[in-house]
Design a protein around this ligand. Structure first.
Ligand SMILES: [Zn+2]
Length: 84
């Protein structure tokens, strides 16, 4: 995924029991996540799916730049991205 913040690709959520069992109190370490490398600071961070399940959202651990990867049909099933 290139230019993640400006022109987000969509991510396909693979069907699974996790979704059916998802609850409002889903523990953080069981939430779905993707790995993002932040080119701005040369750091790596996991970002987690938001409450509404529409996107993965997170911030660069150093400069706190916000990145978002929308979830939707026709997207990629990749789980690691570069935020340039
Ligand atoms: Zn940064």
């Amino acid at each position: 995924m290139k230019r993640m913040a400006d022109d987000p690709d969509y991510i396909v959520e693979l069907p699974g029991v996790e979704d059916a069992a998802a609850s409002l109190e889903e523990p953080r370490d069981r939430r779905k996540w993707i790995g993002v490398r932040f080119e701005c600071c040369g750091t790596y961070q996991r970002i987690y799916r938001n409450r509404s399940g529409t996107a993965y959202e997170g911030r660069c651990p150093r400069c706190l730049r916000l990145v978002r990867a929308l979830i939707g049909p026709g997207g990629t099933s990749a789980r690691f991205f570069v935020a340039e």
